[in-house]
Design a protein around this ligand. Sequence first.
Ligand code: ADE
Ligand code: ZN
Length: 319
Amino acid sequence: MPLPKAELHLHIEGTLEPELAFALAARNGVRLPYADTEELRTAYLFDDLQSFLDLYYALMAVLRTEQDFEELADAYLARAAAQGVRHAEIFFDPQAHTARGVPIGTVVEGLGRALDRSEEKHGISTQLIMCFLRDESAESALETLEAAKPYLHRISAVGLDSAEVGHPPVKFREVYEAAGALGLRKVAHAGEEGPPAYIREALEVLGVERIDHGLRCMEDPELVERLVADRVPLTLCPLSNVRLRAIDTLEEHPLRAMMDAGLLCTVNSDDPAYFGGYVGDTFHAVHEALGLEREQLRTLARNSFEAAFLDHDEERRAR
Ligand code: ADE
Ligand code: ZN
C-alpha cells in the first residue's frame, strides 16, 4: 500500500504523456514535429529549466478544448491515486493557453470537469492554483487575474512559474496584492535556479505561504533558520532537479540535509510526464538514492498534509 500523501507541486500541463499528446494532436489536427512517441521521448534530455520549458510550451499546442483539459486532468488523477495521492493542489498556466487563442474559461472549465468527479472517482480532493508566467510582463499577469474573475470559485491560490533567473518576485508585487485582496492564497516558485534572495523576496514582498522548490535556500544559513522558525513549507521536486541539472545526481540531492536542518520539506513530481516519475515514484527514488527510511518517508507524507491548503476536517478526511 503506498503511503497516503498530498501532492502540492504539480503542473497539470507537465502530466501530458507522449501517448495523450499524439492522440490529442490527431483529434485536433495539430502536427507535431516528432514521428512518434518514441522519438518525442528521446527529446526529453534537458540542459536546464529553459530547455525544458521550450519543449513543454511547444507541446501544449495539442491542448485546445475543454475535453482535452478534462482528459489530461483525469489521466493525472488516475495515476496519482494509484500512487497514494489523497489530495492534490494543481498548478495551471493560463497565459500559455490564452497566448495560443485558447480562452481561460476553456482551461478552467475543462480541468474543473475532471476535478468535480475526482473525490468520487479517484478518492482525491483537489484545488487549483493559477500560475503567472514570470517571463511575461506584470501587466499580462494583471490581465490574467482580471480574466480569471468569473472562475475564482474554482481557484484557491496564485503561483509564479516559468523562467526564474532575471525575473525576481518583486516584479509581481501588484498582482499578488490584488490576488490577496480577492481572497486567494499565495505560493511562488523560488530558489529553483534563482538565488536565495528570490526566496526572501517571495516571502517578504509577495507574502507567499509556501515556497515551490526553495532548493537554493541551503546556500543561506540565516534564511534556513527563518524558514525553520516560521515553518514555511518547501515543495521540493527531486527528480525535476536532476533532470533540469540543478543537481548532478539524485544521490547528491540535499533533501536529507534539509530535513535534518528542520525544514518543512515535501516531495512532489513537478512535471511527471517529463521527469521520469509520479510522486510515488519520487518517494521510491529518494528512498533508494538517499537511503531515507520508512519513518522519514512518513514524515514527508505527514508534512504534505500539514503544508496543504486544507482545514482541519478536510485534512483528517484526506489523510
Ligand atoms: N513550469 C513547469 N515546470 C516548471 C518548473 N520546474 N519551474 C518553473 N516553471 C515551471
Ligand atoms: Zn514547478
